[in-house]
Design a protein around this ligand. Sequence first.
Ligand code: EAX
Length: 323
Amino acid sequence: MKLVRLALGLTLAFGFVTIAASQTTMRISISIGKDSHQGAGIDAFASEVEKRTAGRYKVQTFYSGSLGGERESIEAVQLGTQELTLTSTGPVPNFVPEARILDIPFLFSNKAHAQAVLDGPIGQDMLTKFDSKGFKALAWAENGVRHMTNNKRSVNGPDDLKGLKMRTMENPVHVAAYKGFGIIPTPMAFPEVFTALQQGTVDGQENPLSVIMAAKFDQVQKHLTLTGHVYSPALFLMNKAAFEKLSAADKTAFIEAAKVGTRVNRARVAEDDAKGVTELRAKGMNVVENPDKAKFVAALAPVYAEFDKQFGKAEIDKIRNFK
Ligand code: EAX
């Protein structure tokens, strides 16, 4: 009888411990608003994590850079002061230099090509490069194909870009490459961009239609050109130690949740790309839909020669020719 009571007591005690552990709350952040392709991605991720771990894990979602810009969020995830972030690869090369190769302009022929590379062996191998830097990279997501906006003039070819002061991401590959376009690159964290555009600190910026719409850049930018000059990957990053603490089944749950988040995120990018031009025109933007792409590519010839040396032409070609 006593033994039974002891066993019951232990069960209750351990039962209690299990319930207490079930309340684990984690945080995930993005630099743009909730009503966006990234907001849709982290919302889906959070609800999938909760569902797939039967509520033992909750993911609190933070939008609009309320926990900091992308560089700060990646830093926080690396340190473990924040468990998760969904970020573009913008500031990533400062943490995982191997990932730089993915930020080369005109590397991918379109979104489908980029997605195939990221979801295939090259992209999946790249995710493992984050392990030794304090991260678990759960899955590739999508920021979108980047286009240029400015307040000075309509841009039809690279000549029109000469001398424009443009905000860029804090990304060494973009900064080096965009000089080839003749612009004056001004790296800046995303939360500062709207004000910088409004006050004329910079003439323009470049981002996917999804970001331009979510951030309401139409309110502070007149001209948009669909340059499509670079594909902007995004990814779900988690603090490595926080990931390693999960049971094997929960690890799978987090990875699968990130994959669902990516599906939702990419679907929203597709929607945004389909309606973006119409919507931004309706908001008063002057849109050049078909600029002379070949001229933009040609403008980067000297930069490509440099990248071939830096990254190895064979490595770049592997991505370019991936089917
Ligand atoms: O990830 O910094 C940028 O321009 C990014 O595209 C934006 O924060 C969304």
